[in-house]
Design a protein around this ligand. Sequence first.
Ligand code: TXE
Length: 486
Amino acid sequence: MTSTQVHTPSTGKYTQPTGLFINNEFVKSVDGKTFETINPATEEVICSVSEATEKDVDIAVAAARKAYEHVWRKETPENRGKMLVNLANLIEKNADLLAAVERSTTERLSGWQRLTYYGGWADKIEGKVIDTNPDTFTYTRQEPIGVCGQIIPWNFPLLMWAWKIGPAIATGNVVVIKTAEQTPLSGLVAASLIKEAGFPPGVINIISGFGKIAGAALSSHMDVDKIAFTGSTVVGRQIMKAAAGSNLKKVTLELGGKSPNIVFDDADIENAISWVNFGIFFNHGQCCCAGSRVYVQSGIYDKFVERFKARALANKVGDPFDAETFQGPQVSQLQFDRIMGYISEGKKEGATVVTGGERHGDKGFFIQPTIFSNVTEDMKIMQEEIFGPVCSIAKFETEEEIIATGNNSTYGLAAAVHTTNLNTALRVANNIRAGTVWVNSYNLLHHQVPFGGFKESGIGRELGEAALSNYTQCKSVSIRLGDALF
Ligand code: TXE
């Protein structure tokens, strides 16, 4: 059996593929191993899926290598683009089902539009002619890297799937993508559309499995040319070590964050509260770019904290299938426990609980939207990524001070500034060391706009034209036109 019947409240029964997707077929793992997927809202088992071990990784990588050498390298850029657009269209056709599957494990469906965007790039990858002297003709080619391993997390399963596959395939690579052990289902449903989209066997391979086994095998594999990873900074370091200790495969990383969200006295306060609320509580705080450090200038601090509390209390927490719900469950018991651990640490360290601070209900991994005020820079809840619905607020006085405090982090993924003064906005945006800065907004990610980290938040950029360079390598070809030099 490589599929099973699963029920969702919005679509009823559907057929869930459960095998490993290798060479355009769903297959069982070599050892026949499986693992369970849990519904975080009910803590019940949804189904079991095949678990990839080293042997399965070897098989998937061999399939990808064969496809790359014999088929994919010979495919035209135009056809690569067409296949990506076909896949995007098929995903759109199945959007209701995919949304339901996502909601069973995380919450939201998004991201498939990126495939259309990267389909458009496939036939626009160009080199240059470089004029060095009249006797030489030199040009460059942007060539694919080859077999790419891709390891994705559980916070946006299909979005991450599309972010990784789009630029890799558009530029002529083949992929073996490992989904997160908490959320393998939507990636497998989307995999069932790959053959219909026209991709030859072995070009896109999707495996389910654990990080320490399948993920480690992929990142240390001698025949994987590049590894792209999204996840924790701790594992990002392990991926780099694995690459260094094996074949020095190319590495790109999209890691954690502790992003400052800065509100000046002259901000439109209601607007700022809406974005601060969205910045931290969207996807239950399970966002790498979550605005988890909120700094408010002293003139409006008290008013801001009071109104933000009212706003957070109005966020409906509960069933992800209820249209009114703003915040669903955390992904797993482990994440729930980690976040509750940070909350009790914040209380112990002396921060003030403005609202929340407890579990929501008694079933499922739900946590109340939590705001801490009077948080100091040395507290763990101001320094470490919590990855949950927990916000730390502190007061500031001057622009100079807040630029220094905003940069007081080992991370540098995102930041925001709220002000009605254009000069303040631009000065802060220019001086904050982060890959993305939003002004009077938050979380406005767009597939045309590069996204990625400064400092320990990552290496490389996803989205936009910038992501293409994660998956190409430059070759220079020089042709001597004149007589021999020597
Ligand atoms: O992440 P992991 P976890 C952060 C966030 C969260 C924390 C822990 O702070 O609380 O990480 O989450 C695979 N070799 N982010 O434990 O372990 C794993 O199977 C190769 C931020 O879930 O990094 C999964 O597919 N792969 C983040 C992926 O790595 C390994 C999103 C992420 O898991 C591996 C998620 C190994 N040794 C968590 N160990 C973001 N940047 O958005 C694990 N994996």
